[in-house]
Design a binder for this molecule. Structure first.
Ligand SMILES: Cc1ncc(COP(=O)(O)O)c(C=O)c1O
Length: 405
């Protein structure tokens, strides 16, 4: 027998990542608040960095009301749900969170999942099968691509934000049951999908529009109701949307919100919900407290807008290469992987943590520093970051053009 050796394959892939400047490492966070992170230094000891790469947009992950809701629920209900939702794991706190989110988003129903990744797998797999088609934006989140693969349906991708492209794909398969799927806010680019036009395309082509609003809910739209509400669409136009709890809501988990027939179908049939332990009730309690704050605190969204505008202004004056984003996700393009890594290292040296995002998460040649803001950042910190990024760019350029480079 001459089976391929998996250890040898793994070693070869690792070598390839090494030569492509594509190795990935996890950093150990010792302590953090919404703005600062103390991270372990691989050489020993630790460093405190200003964090510009978290998704805690509203700065709620450490809010006292959120943390004390978690502590109280843990004291009362224990640490775990002890079963899947359809056995004994569906707690009153889960139900209350589902009702609160449905009320907030003005949709009939919301259903809780353990994560946004699991929820995306659930939606596509529960609704589409072999003969069906899932039409997706090319820059959709990886979980949506995986979802279509798992469902076994045909996956057709259209160029980013190209509604004509989406229509072409739908028209080419008029017989197949179809979903049109898009991120509301694109996670690595920060731009917002053309939801009104996509809603028309879906209606004309009798496709079901699903919007993954992981980065929109809490941040965009009236009352923070997300990109769908910002586009003045309701659950007739967008029958299902994804809300994640681990980003603007500072907690963990996700909900699929929308039309009752579809949501109820998911509750009975979605494998990523059936065959997993329900979210710990204290986490649901924390998320519930965060949702109530997110609904109330318009100032957090106003602050984010102000910080993003301020950064764009200053970074633009430094000649940094920004992308067309109005959201708290403000990527700065660096081109090569090596350049992105050099700039991230230089920023870390100056006390800033900004994530270098490289392929396959973004297209080849578009490595970037993904800057994100939270409502807890100070304007002066944002100004200082833009200045430090310009200095990091100049240092990376000097290093790459020096005779010894
Ligand atoms: C657009 C998008 N969808 C889904 C997810 C998955 O959500 P979660 O982290 O809750 O699994 C993420 C982020 O991780 C995301 O950015």
């Amino acid at each position: 027998m001459d089976r391929p050796d998996l250890h040898a394959r793994v070693a070869a892939l690792r070598g390839q990542r090494e030569s492509d400047a594509a190795r990935r490492t996890r950093r150990e966070v010792l302590r953090h608040d919404s703005v600062r992170c103390e991270v372990a230094d691989p050489a020993g000891g630790s460093r405190t960095l200003l964090n510009f790469c978290s998704n805690d947009y509203l700065g709620l992950s450490q809010h006292f009301a959120v943390v004390s809701a978690l502590q109280d629920a843990a004291a009362r209900d224990g640490a775990g749900a002890t079963g899947s939702q359809l056995v004994c794991g569906h707690h009153a706190l889960h139900a209350e969170l589902e009702r609160e989110v449905a009320d907030w988003l003005e949709v009939p129903r919301a259903l809780l999942f353990d994560s946004g990744y699991a929820a995306n797998l659930a939606v596509v797999q529960a609704l589409l099968g072999d003969d069906d088609v899932c039409v997706q934006d090319r820059l959709n989140h990886a979980s949506l691509i995986d979802a279509a693969r798992l469902a076994g349906c045909r996956l057709r991708r259209y160029p980013h934000a190209d509604v004509e492209g989406a229509l072409r794909q739908l028209r080419s398969m008029p017989e197949a049951a179809a979903m049109l799927v898009t991120d509301g806010v694109f996670s690595m680019d920060g731009d917002v999908a053309p939801l009104r036009e996509l809603a028309i395309a879906a209606r004309v082509q009798q496709a079901l529009l699903y919007v993954d609003d992981a980065h929109g809910v809490g941040v965009l739209g009236p009352g923070g109701r997300g990109s769908v509400a910002a586009a003045r669409l309701d659950s007739t136009a967008v029958p299902l949307r994804l809300v994640t709890l681990g980003k603007a809501l500072g907690s963990h988990g996700a909900l699929v919100a929308g039309e009752p027939d579809l949501v109820d179908h998911l509750a009975e049939t979605a494998r990523p919900l059936l065959y997993t332990t329900a979210l710990p009730p204290p986490v649901a309690a924390a998320a519930l407290a965060a949702v109530r704050l997110a609904r109330r605190d318009d100032w957090r969204r106003e602050r984010l807008q102000e910080l993003a505008g301020r950064f764009r202004d200053r970074a633009g004056r430094h000649g940094l290469q920004l992308m067309p984003s109005e959201t708290p996700i403000q990527p700065v393009l660096c081109g090569s992987n090596a350049n992105a890594l050099a700039m991230a290292a230089s920023l870390e040296h100056d006390g800033y943590w900004v994530a270098a995002i490289r392929p396959p998460t973004v297209p080849e040649g578009q490595a970037r520093l993904r800057v994100t803001f939270t409502a807890a950042h100070e304007p002066a910190q944002v100004d200082a970051l833009a200045d430090a990024m310009a200095a990091a760019r100049d240092r990376a350029l000097d290093a790459s053009t020096s005779p010894t480079a």
